[in-house]
Design a protein around this ligand. Structure first.
Ligand SMILES: C[S@@+](CC[C@H](N)C(=O)[O-])C[C@H]1O[C@@H](n2cnc3c(N)ncnc32)[C@H](O)[C@@H]1O
Length: 256
């Protein structure tokens, strides 16, 4: 586990090509948070980050990029989409556009819009993903039933077929319901922390034990904690030394 304090745009330059199995990260969302005034974030920075992530990701590795937009003059900025398209431009596949459904009202109150309740989770892959341990924890309503279907023969008649029994659990949908109002013990003073469950489920989906996971925008170290819990190696980078201190404490607790 390596937790570094500094600018990830500089620190990533020290990482070798094709060396990271997966990145699970949430960069700043436009200028929605100031992070104690330490952050400079715009197109130049996120383009640089995505280019470097492509270089250091192993073939078949993935980057999970959790983002959303600010509203500017009554319009969403569209930065999330621009980032996803730029990631494709630098070579990534847009493997999946997943949604983190926070299942609650966001804080951007508006009289003219529905209550915002989700963030994007873009899954970029360098070629075909090498690890896909897709989580199967969605209870099937028709569990135990036999699936039925029919197929048409060459002469036009149909044959009814009884297929396998429906399993108790099926593959998840790509919309994940995870509350951002997590356990008090999990909450830190970081202004934009995401839940451990979110990081953990991506780690389980896209990596195996012993793999190397990076979070270049580590914040309070949520991805680090999830790596400790799931036996993955972790590299974290964060500009703000106060957040690095929080991450170190959380990791120490998680290891205990
Ligand atoms: C959305 S928050 C990440 C929160 C994190 N996922 C968590 O659960 O705590 C983004 C973080 O990126 C950090 N950051 C912004 N620009 C950075 C840069 N160039 N290098 C390193 N960290 C940066 C900010 O200080 C902030 O803590």
């Amino acid at each position: 586990m390596k937790l570094m304090c500094g600018d990830c745009l500089e620190l990533m330059q020290t990482i070798s090509d094709n060396s990271i199995d997966a990145t699970i990260t949430s960069p700043p969302y436009d200028d929605l948070r100031t992070y104690e005034g330490k952050v400079q974030w715009g197109e130049e920075q996120w383009q640089n980050a995505l280019r470097q992530l492509y270089r250091i990701t192993k073939d078949g590795g993935v980057v999970v990029w959790i983002v959303n937009d600010a509203s500017d003059n009554g319009s969403e900025t569209g930065t999330s989409f621009k980032q996803a398209l730029y990631a494709k431009e630098v070579g990534f596949n847009l493997h999946d556009t997943m949604i983190w459904n926070k299942q609650n009202g966001g804080f951007r109150n508006s009289k003219t819009r529905y209550i915002p309740s989700f963030d994007y989770m873009f899954v970029f892959s360098k070629g075909k993903p090498k690890t896909t341990n897709l989580l199967c924890d969605r209870r099937n309503k028709s569990c135990g039933d036999r699936t039925c279907g029919s197929f048409r023969k060459a002469d036009g008649t149909t044959v009814r077929q009884v297929r396998k029994r429906v399993k108790e659990f099926g593959k998840r949908y790509n919309i994940w319901n995870v509350s951002p109002f997590f356990d008090k013990r999990e909450r830190t003073s970081h202004p934009a922390q995401f839940p451990i469950a979110l990081a953990r489920d991506h780690i389980l989906s896209w990596t195996n034990e012993g793999d190397i996971v990076l979070d270049p925008f580590m914040g309070s170290g949520t991805t680090a904690v999830a790596c400790a819990e799931t036996k993955r190696h972790f590299i974290g980078m964060e500009l703000n030394e106060n957040y690095v201190a929080i991450a170190k404490l959380r990791l120490k607790d998680a290891r205990r």
